[in-house]
Design a protein around this ligand. Structure first.
Ligand code: C2E
Ligand code: CA
Ligand code: CA
Ligand code: CA
Length: 276
């Protein structure tokens, strides 16, 4: 706990006011960014562990204000998530992603499945499923090629509601993946009752997998769980050959990470895919 010296509440409240001010200005600028086309999709490949074959992509948003450094989604997504701005951004990301999937399909690029991150407020918005359904009518090539990534927090916020929504999404031919799996404080019991296709194992478990027997044991266990539940697995944040070798020993099916490919813009992605 913080030691509060006499009079220091003035300091803390100033800090809090600055924080609010900063969030407000990020939020306003972000709204502008969406209108001014300063947001861009980046793509990070996912590969099979056994032979490095590309099997899919994750869409990761970037904010590129003209003349400034790119701003990480780790900074602006949490701000957007506080308001319905996240729904506008999320709709835009889905729309753009479907547009690209359709285009790649027409051009004969083999990208595999494409995963999009979905925030809680967006997923739980009233007409999320009907808008998704409309989008798939507009871009029929995206059916069976699109996957939505959600954290367990998003799902557990309202399990009953999530379950019916997830069933409707599955019925549209869209895949469902649990992001950052294992980092929440929940049990895994909820997995039994949800139509989940994939688990993404968080980087926190992968980072020391080749050094800490405990971490290796946890991953082995989660892989076994996924096999039993017939879910696919992607290990996130693979940065070294040694981590990858350990994943291979454990028969982890797929991975994603800086070791082979960072998130990249479309032109670079298509070059990268052509080289594989
Ligand atoms: P995430 O979904 O867990 O995405 C993985 C993050 O790890 C990405 O950060 C990715 O660039 C980074 N990463 C990938 N490989 C490695 C690696 O080998 N080492 C390390 N250290 N990091 C790696 P990024 O792109 O900055 O995105 C941060 C978070 O922002 C994402 O975490 C996701 O929660 C959120 N996000 C990104 N794009 C979107 C979006 O379109 N919509 C929503 N709602 N959230 C998004
Ligand atoms: Ca993700
Ligand atoms: Ca993740
Ligand atoms: Ca995350």
């Amino acid at each position: 706990a913080k030691h509060v010296a006499p009079g220091s509440h003035v300091f803390f409240s100033q800090e809090m006011a600055d924080e609010v001010q900063e969030r407000l200005s990020i939020s306003n600028a972000l709204q502008q960014a969406l209108t001014n086309h300063e947001l861009e999709l980046y793509f990070q490949p996912q590969q099979r562990v056994k032979d490095n074959r590309p099997q899919g992509l994750e869409v990761l948003l970037r904010w590129l204000p003209p003349g400034k450094k790119p701003i990480s989604p780790g900074i602006f997504i949490p701000v957007a998530e506080e308001t319905s701005l996240i729904c506008d951004i999320g709709d835009w990301v889905l729309q753009q992603t479907c547009d690209r999937i359709q285009y790649w399909q027409e051009q004969g690029h083999q990208t595999g499945r494409v995963s999009v991150n979905i925030s809680a407020r967006h997923f739980h918005s009233v007409d999320f499923v009907s808008r998704l359904s409309l989008l798939l009518q507009q871009f029929p090539a995206c059916r069976h090629r699109l996957t939505l990534e959600m954290t367990e927090g998003v799902i557990l916020e309202s399990l009953h509601e999530s379950r019916s929504r997830m069933a409707q999404i599955k019925a549209l031919g869209v895949g469902l993946s649990i992001d950052d799996f294992g980092t929440g404080y929940s049990s895994f019991a909820y997995l039994r009752e949800l139509p989940v296709d994939e688990l993404k194992l968080d980087r926190a478990f992968i980072q020391y997998i080749d050094q800490r027997p405990q971490d290796r044991a946890i991953i082995a266990c989660l892989l076994e769980l996924a096999r039993t539940l017939q879910m696919s697995v992607v290990a996130e944040g693979v940065e070294t050959e040694s981590q990858l070798a350990t994943l291979a020993e454990l028969n982890c099916p797929a991975y994603q990470g800086y070791l082979r490919a960072r998130p990249m813009p479309e032109a670079e992605l298509l070059r990268w895919l052509a080289e594989q």
